[in-house]
Each structure stands twice: as structure tokens, then as C-alpha cells.
Design a protein around this ligand. Sequence first.
Ligand code: CP
Ligand code: NVA
Length: 300
Amino acid sequence: MARHFLTLKDLSSSELVALIHRAIALKRDPTAPETAALLRLRTMVLIFEKSSTRTRISFEVACAHLGGSSVFLSPSDSQMSRGESVSDTARIVSSMADLIVMRTGEHSRVRTMAEHSAVPVINALSQDFHPCQLLADLQTFFEHRGDIRGACVAFLGDGSSNVCQSWVEAAAMMGFELRVGAPEGYHPHPDLLAAANKHCTIITQPQEAVIGADLVITDTWAGMGQEEEKVQRLAALSDFQVNESLMAMASQEALFMHCLPAYRGQEVSAEVLEGPQSVVWDEAENRLHAQKALIEMLMG
Ligand code: CP
Ligand code: NVA
């Protein structure tokens, strides 16, 4: 049976920690001999129904480092945009390829892909989750500050975003405190909050959410597919901008993360994004190393 990665919870907590350490090791030795031929004569198919810079590049480069080949399908390339079902597509692609990486809207589409695929399916972002982003984010925290267990993490802005919801899953799996600073109507799904139990709290005041935090995170206020709600979202979230006065309330050693793309002057000020506490460029590069470790875990 193929092993899929649709949400962080497809890994156990100990596998997640092992994967982070493996990603750090692969970063030091990108052409490690034991991985150079992992995907030899194997093919990764990327099915992307939404735009991407980092995720597409990091998966295609990872595939090249692991000795494999990749095929990229945008909506205009595949028959899915003309009505071919996700389930038929899964059967066809997995009869020829060895790994499917899918970026889509409704999370049920990537679940359906996995249900009908004979090969591993990786969620490269859905409306509800962005688990690959979390692998890189956790790796980045470990590199800069060591183990995240027991740390205090503040996510500011749209708590219902795919990135935040994956952070909610990470909180209970890794054992840290997550404070989601978000207004009414922008909270993570109640089922996720219930599962995270005491590890995640919702705070409606941005200042209160960041006090003493070891890590401050945000994400775009209007994600892909939310363009029509942009004006309303910018107004609702305007008090939650991560700027220097907010960062001053976090721990002196606090890091700042953003999955990117960032919109300076909206969810984050240019000063914070480019400032000394920001690790966003490492975070983006770590997509490559963390996903190599993920592919190795699923296919090794
Ligand atoms: N962070 C992230 O997933 O970036 P892309 O949308 O560019 O892939
Ligand atoms: N929440 C954002 C993440 C982009 C990488 C979106 O879904 O557009």
C-alpha cells in the first residue's frame, strides 16, 4: 500500500522529528550518495491547480537531486480542467509514475487522488492544509533555536489559512504552545482546535498573542482562491499586521516566519520581513531539503 502525505498527521511525532533531523543532514550534504539514486528511473508527476514558485521548484529540484525525472501539469495541460475526474486521473498517473505531488483547492480532491492512487500522493497545498510548508518551518526553527518542544509560537492573522491549520496540527504533535491571534470569523476549524487540545489557544488581541513568543508567524491575508474577498479580509485583519512594535512584545530572541509570497505593508511590514529576526529566506530554501527527506521517508 502506498504511503501518502496529505496532512502532518500522516506522520507520527517521532517520524516528524526524525524527518527534520534528516532534512538538516541533507542540507549539509545535498548529494549524499545514499540518496543520489533514490528516484533513478522513477518519475514524479506534479499536478498543480494553483500557482506556485517555491513548491514547484523545490519538488522539481529535489527530484533531480534524487536522480529522477518530473512531469509538471498545470490546469491547462491536463484533462482534469475539461472534466476528467480526479479518481480516473489518479489511476492513470499512478499506472505510469511513481509519486504524485498535488496542489489544489478543496482538500477532498487530494484525498480522492490518494484513495485512487497506487503510488504515494503528497499534498503540496490544499485550502485546508500546507503540510510541506510545516516541514520546512520546523526544520528552520530547529536550525536556529533547537528543539521546538515547549516553545511558545504565535500565529497572527488569518487563523483559518492552510498554513495556520497545519501549525495547529504541529502544536500537539511536537508539544509546543500555539497562540493564534485572529479576529472572529478567522479562526482555525473547531475540529482541529479540539484535536490540538491545550496546545492551541485563540486570542483576539494581537498584542496579547505575541507576548513573550519565541516565534511569530503570519501568512497572506487573501490566499489563492480568496481574491474576491480581498477588500473585506484586509479590513478585518488590519490590526493583525506583524510590525516592529508587535515584534517588540515577543521574546528578544523571537524569530519571524512567513511561508511567502509576502505582501509588505499588509500582513507584515517591510522592516520585519527584511529585519534581523526574519528567517523567511532560510525557510523557503528548506522546502527543498525537507521535501527530499519526505520523499526518502515515503519511497526509500
Ligand atoms: N510557500 C509556498 O508554498 O510558496 P509557493 O506558493 O510559491 O509554492
Ligand atoms: N495561504 C496561502 C499560502 C500560499 C503559499 C494560500 O493558500 O494562498
